[in-house]
Design a protein around this ligand. Structure first.
Ligand SMILES: Nc1ncnc2c1ncn2[C@@H]1O[C@H](COP(=O)(O)OP(=O)(O)OP(=O)(O)O)[C@@H](O)[C@H]1O
Ligand SMILES: [Mg+2]
Length: 153
């Protein structure tokens, strides 16, 4: 059962804006879903909300990581789609981000199954019928009390 129905791109962006308001140093957010389900749309909206401006948010598909330094938080936007299977997660040095910032990770299924148990997972999917997207929010430890604020449209 989906937690949220995102009727259009603006609804996905609104979820990204709410996520921006809740994000703290040390957070890990998994953005899951098939090709074209809106992972980058959500990440872009979150980063633009943190920037307070419509900054350019290029896809990190080829660079693997794009970093953003905001006043109170650094955010690493990560896309693991092209990561070779079995690449040790230590090689990516992602944990460095968590000292002063947060991680937004697209295609986190490339990580070992036990990576970041504290993460919030946002799962995006096509509805069985019609337009829009469905979002499921799977909170890790630490997100419980923030989940309602994230869900509230
Ligand atoms: N809730 C929504 N309803 C309808 N269209 C949406 C919604 N959210 C995003 N989209 C649209 O879906 C398309 C794909 O979005 P996006 O590039 O963010 O997906 P993605 O999951 O990052 O894809 P990829 O895996 O290929 O990187 C875009 O055209 C975007 O406008
Ligand atoms: Mg994408």
């Amino acid at each position: 059962m989906a937690d949220l129905f995102l009727a259009d791109e603006a609804a996905t962006a609104a979820l990204g804006h709410r996520l921006a308001g809740l994000l703290r140093v040390g957070d890990v957010v998994f953005l899951e879903g098939d090709l074209g389900t809106g992972k980058s749309t959500l990440a872009r909206a979150c980063l633009q909300a943190l920037a307070g401006a419509a900054i350019t948010v290029p896809s990190p598909t080829f660079t693997l990581v794009q970093t953003y330094d905001f006043a109170d938080l650094a955010v690493w936007h990560v896309d693991l789609y092209r990561l070779a299977p079995g690449t040790p997660v230590d090689d990516l040095a992602l944990d460095e981000a968590l000292e002063a910032g947060a991680l937004l990770i697209e295609w986190p299924d490339r990580l070992p199954a036990d990576a970041y148990p504290e993460r919030l997972a946002v799962r995006l999917a096509w509805p069985a019928h019609g337009d829009g997207r469905e979002a499921t929010l799977d909170p890790g430890t630490g997100w419980g009390e923030r989940l309602e604020a994230l869900r509230a449209g």
